[in-house]
Design a protein around this ligand. Structure first.
Ligand code: SF4
Ligand code: SF4
Length: 439
């Protein structure tokens, strides 16, 4: 049996009864009458709107042009009339603007056979151009534009390895798991396109060891592409642990360096890509298609029926929850992303964007109340910190001497906070300080 690589210390088993059931089939969400298309769909600068109020747009049409580094093109995801521009601030004070489309007219692509464009003979520069043209960003975490990452890699002196993160240490990665089950050919071909575009010398699929079917499907798909002579780069499947936060860049790099050493190979710089991004890169290059849909895990204790939905970008959260049977009652917290690392949302009119891999509506019982108690020195936080720091001591130091915060290597996994019986905001506070915030 193949070795499974796991990070050496800390972490926890992350289960959630309110996440979509494992293995559930994806449902395609209905198309809402109004779509809200933000001009920023990732951490970065907004795109410049190139359509006006009252104009009719087609499905897939460019409506916001990226303005250089940190910005990405934005496309209409439904046909219709631009009826207004709306603006709001996120809970962390970031201003956003969106174009609202009232759906009208016929779809250019939905339900139609896609035209297939060959990419094998295209030079890397043309692949990069297509990926930028169709506005592809990382579809998890902060959502850096892929064009910017290619720019960073252009000066790389070392070898480059593309790593596809099929690591499901967290039930809220159900959307990527569904993509692997339903679109594995697009994921694998997307990884080959990515590798060619950035000049990578190898590809690794890091897959949770429990996902035997996905491992098997990847190997079969690679073999099919190999037989059709589309593969001329070394590809390996590496079995990794399932303990949270194995998916994190730091923990994943730790285990891949161990694999590199054991196999006596050179991976060089790791370019990590989630399965959703790989399939979006495939669609941009092979179908000349922007990101129109997003697979999203929807759940939380306030949601009647948690599901994995295929949702058009721009669908408002209230419509998304409606598609899952609605909300049981008013939630205490709405989150985009996982419960540990996600972003709190104040308004159900906020839409699904390219980076919304999960959406949760939580009741007060799930967030455990908001009044922290005193530290009881139980040591639980120390036991789970994968970085090996002492969250309790750091937290107390930050609170007692805020003007002189310690330097810490926290990556905000949230493990310490989730196990703290006193509900102290240790992880949130330490991570904020590590990013330069003043408490
Ligand atoms: S949030 Fe930071 S301090 Fe807490 S467990 Fe994770 S890495 Fe350690
Ligand atoms: S887990 Fe919470 S209560 Fe326990 S030592 Fe850490 S901070 Fe204190």
């Amino acid at each position: 049996m193949k070795k499974t690589y796991s990070f050496p210390q800390g972490g926890l088993v992350f289960e959630d009864p309110y996440a979509p059931p494992q293995g559930a089939l994806t449902e395609t969400a209905f198309l809402p009458v109004f779509s809200v298309i933000p001009l920023i769909q990732h951490t970065g600068n907004k795109a410049y709107p190139i359509v006006f109020i009252g104009e009719y747009v087609k499905e897939g049409m460019l409506i916001g042009r990226g303005q250089g580094q940190g910005s990405a093109n934005i496309h209409a995801t439904v046909p219709g009339k631009i009826v207004r521009m709306v603006s709001w601030k996120t809970v962390d004070g970031i201003a956003n603007e969106a174009l609202v489309i009232r759906m009208e007219g016929s779809f250019e692509r939905l339900g139609k056979k896609e035209i297939v464009y060959q990419w094998i003979d295209l030079p890397p520069s043309e692949l990069q151009r297509l990926i930028a043209e169709y506005g592809i960003v990382e579809m998890d975490e902060e959502g850096k534009p892929i064009a910017d990452i290619f720019g960073d890699l252009a000066t790389e002196k070392e070898a480059i390895t593309v790593v596809i993160r099929c690591v499901f240490d967290n039930p809220w990665f159900a959307a990527d798991r569904a993509i692997c089950n339903e679109r594995i050919m697009a994921v694998v071909e997307g990884s080959l396109i990515t590798a060619k575009a950035c000049g990578a010398t190898s590809i690794i699929y890091a897959v949770s060891y429990k996902e035997k079917q996905i491992i098997d499907n990847i190997q079969k798909t690679v073999q099919i592409l190999h037989d059709s002579e589309s593969v001329n780069i070394p590809i390996a499947v590496v079995s990794v642990g399932n303990r949270y936060p194995q998916h994190n860049r730091r923990e994943l790099e730790l285990v891949l360096r161990e694999y590199e050493k054991k196999e006596n190979i050179l991976l060089g710089r790791l370019f990590m890509v989630c399965p959703s991004t790989a399939s979006a890169i495939h669609d941009a290059v092979k179908f000349h298609k922007p990101i129109l849909d997003r697979y999203v895990a929807v759940g939380g204790s306030a949601v009647k029926t948690p599901k994995v939905l295929k949702v058009r970008i721009g669908m408002r959260l209230r419509d998304v929850f409606e598609q899952c049977g609605g909300l049981i009652t008013d939630p205490a917290r709405i989150v985009i992303g996982s419960p540990l690392l996600g972003r709190t949302v104040l308004d159900l009119d906020e839409p699904i964007t390219k980076t919304s891999y999960a959406v949760l509506a939580l009741l007060a019982k799930e967030i455990g109340g908001t009044v922290p108690r005193s530290c009881i020195d139980c040591g639980e936080c120390r036991a789970v910190c994968p970085v090996g720091i002492d969250p309790e001591a750091l937290y107390k130091q930050i609170i007692c001497i805020p003007e002189n915060p310690p330097l810490v290597d926290c990556h905000g996994c949230g493990c310490c906070e989730v196990v703290c019986p006193s509900r102290l905001p240790i992880g949130t506070t330490i991570y904020a300080v590590s990013k330069g915030a003043h408490i």
